[in-house]
Design a protein around this ligand. Structure first.
Ligand SMILES: [Zn+2]
Length: 158
């Protein structure tokens, strides 16, 4: 006699608990999804990330232009200014995060045949997430890949 009563209790009470739990989970999940999308939306609008995205497109275009120049002339350009105006407009040589007066924001190194594929042909060091971190940005490798330059904390002066 006791067992059916327990069964009844299990069947009538538990589903309601499950329903409350399920609705609670769905509400929490929706709340987190909204919160996460809001965070991503606002971070994406900050100047730091906007500049990083734009700089990525600049370094891609310069890297491609260096490649096209090298293919056509059988040698790498001596300077990035050699790419203007035939390969890229001058404005591309300026990183959006670079506030200096210079016309070229990117560090350019001519690769030698024995340099590894991960050799950095181009580097940008104009992006600083926080004042206590080294400026970083992107690097364009010899193999055509763009990799982020890790921003390490600045060593504290004592
Ligand atoms: Zn940059």
């Amino acid at each position: 006699m006791e067992q059916p009563e327990r069964r009844e209790g299990f069947l009538t009470v538990k589903p309601t608990m499950w329903r409350i739990g399920l609705v609670g989970c769905v509400v929490i999940l929706i709340f987190f999804l909204i919160a996460i999308s809001a965070i991503i939306f606002f971070i994406g609008r900050t100047p730091y990330y906007r500049n990083l995205v734009e700089c990525h497109s600049h370094i891609q275009r310069i890297g491609d232009a260096v490649g096209r120049y090298a293919t056509k002339n059988d040698a790498y350009p001596k300077s990035l200014k050699d790419l203007v105006p035939d390969y890229i407009p001058a404005a591309v040589l300026k990183c959006p995060a670079d506030e200096s007066a210079g016309a070229v924001s990117y560090i350019y190194r001519i690769p030698r045949p024995n340099d590894p594929p991960t050799f950095h042909i181009l580097e940008c060091h104009n992006h600083q997430l926080r004042k206590d971190m080294q400026p970083g940005g992107w690097a364009y490798q010899k193999n055509g890949q763009i990799v982020p330059l890790i921003q390490e904390p600045l060593k504290l002066k004592r």
